[in-house]
Design a protein around this ligand. Structure first.
Ligand code: F0G
Length: 433
């Protein structure tokens, strides 16, 4: 590594340094890598002024909700950036979902409004840019669905093959449809996400394919922009809490890394607390944090929130570091809690896929437990679009999920009628009262 480099790679586990242009994803010790940056050359006030100037740009890289913050993303010539103008997603007042959660000031950042319908596009624009810089001729990922949809779309943009490893029969239909439609080479493996993740790392090492899972440190760099954009939307007023779902644990690792950089640059003067929410059937981080034990994967993860059906998350070490830095917490929520919270997010007119709604389920649980004050300012992150998983939505509203232990408590079932005025009148009785 060159001693004066402005950015470099550092192992989260053992602290070994590597050159930023090194194509490795893991340290020789097996630890994950961070992009480190020499922040002393940057001025926080100037950065904020630059980012404010770029806000609302119509064209070019400034119009991306990731590359607007490029000084903290990746140092690269603008014409080398692969972007779909990702980000620029809305921050909603949670309405009914806030009432349900018992939180007076709950905002929801809807990352399902990204180009391919999930937060993954923020990491992918940066990952794909890094791939092209390294001369990659094909890319690969293991996925529970959203990463693969995103990667396939970005690969299609630059015209290189996307190789996708997904657990057979276990990903939401909308996501599978996207992977196929964008032209991804889709390999359904007889195993779960964790098996797919182990396999893809092997394949990439042996076949010279560039790996675009969030173990790739450049994915994390792009992902940090969620936090930057939220704070810019809040005029740099720091909320008390960020609440975010946890699966492979890249997103919350990125959130805390980005916030820490803003803090070190003096752009924010308060450290928000981060709550990571896992499904109780796929909860390795929760178990470790709660019981203060060492990391143990969960062997057979299970949840209706298939996006986070992960037992052996690659970024657990980075995640834990960020939770500790922010005096954060980890919580788990049940299947029923996830789907009831989802019904409320949807009913509020916002809508998101099941995994996303762990945020609201988590806020409710943490307010009830007295961990989050009902008066606190909270930003919940909704990670994926409502249309990603229509089966889960219709199953809940038709109340056909009882065999997997989920009741349609807030079901809005379709009503079948004959096409007559009388039947309509009967069905709509009291509608205007
Ligand atoms: N929410 C959604 C909708 C997701 O797709 C994922 C992850 C998460 C939350 C969890 O984020 O992994 O950074 O902790 N989906 C990955 C995928 C694993 O393959 O699409 P995380």
């Amino acid at each position: 590594m060159t001693a004066k480099a402005d950015s470099w790679l550092r192992c989260v586990h053992c602290g070994a340094d590597y050159d930023i242009s090194d194509s490795r994803y893991l340290c020789t010790c097996g630890g994950t890598l961070d992009v480190k940056r020499n922040l002393s050359k940057l001025d926080g006030k100037e950065l904020v002024a630059t980012w404010e100037r770029r806000w609302g740009a119509k064209n070019g890289v400034d119009a991306s909700g990731v590359w607007r913050y490029r000084e903290l993303i990746l140092d690269i010539a603008e014409d080398k950036i692969v972007t779909k103008r990702e980000g620029n997603t809305r921050l909603y007042h949670a309405g009914l979902a806030a009432e349900y959660a018992g939180a007076k000031h709950l905002l929801l950042k809807h990352e399902g409004e990204n180009p391919t319908g999930s937060f993954k596009d923020r990491g992918m624009t940066c990952g794909m840019t890094a791939a092209m810089l390294r001369g990659a001729s094909s890319v690969a990922c293991a996925s529970t669905g959203n990463t693969s949809a995103s990667m396939a779309a970005y690969a299609a943009t630059v015209g290189i093959p996307a190789v996708i490893f997904i657990p057979s029969g276990k990903i939401a239909y909308g996501k599978l449809a996207q992977a196929l439609a964008y032209g991804g080479v889709t390999l359904q493996i007889d195993g779960n996400f964790d098996d797919a993740m182990a396999l893809v790392q092997d394949v990439c090492a042996k076949m010279g394919v560039y790996l675009l899972n969030s173990v790739n440190p450049f994915r994390i760099e792009g992902q940090k922009a969620i936090g930057f954009e939220i704070l810019q939307q809040l005029d740099w007023e720091v909320p008390d809490w960020f609440v975010i779902p946890g699966g492979n644990l890249g997103n919350n690792s990125a959130l805390s890394k980005g916030l820490k950089e803003l803090y070190e640059l003096g752009i924010i003067d308060k450290i928000p607390r981060i709550a990571v929410i896992q499904a109780d059937g796929a909860n390795p981080l929760y178990k470790m944090w709660r019981n203060k034990t060492s990391y143990e994967p969960v062997p057979n993860p299970e949840t209706i929130a298939t996006a986070i059906k992960i037992g052996n998350p690659v970024s657990w070490e980075k995640s834990l570091r960020g939770i500790e830095w922010s005096d954060g917490v980890v919580e788990q929520v049940s299947e029923q809690e996830i789907m009831d919270a989802k019904a409320m997010v949807d009913r509020a007119g916002i809508g998101a896929e099941p995994a996303s709604c762990c945020s609201v389920a988590g806020v409710r649980k943490l307010v009830e437990a007295g961990v989050i004050n009902p008066d606190a300012t909270i930003v919940g992150i909704l990670t994926g679009n409502i249309l990603k998983d229509p089966d889960a939505v219709v199953g809940y509203h038709k109340d056909t999920l009882r065999d997997i232990g989920i009741e349609g408590r807030f079901a809005n079932s379709p009503v079948s009628i004959k096409p007559t005025l009388e039947e309509v009148e009967k069905a709509l009785e009291g509608i205007n009262s």
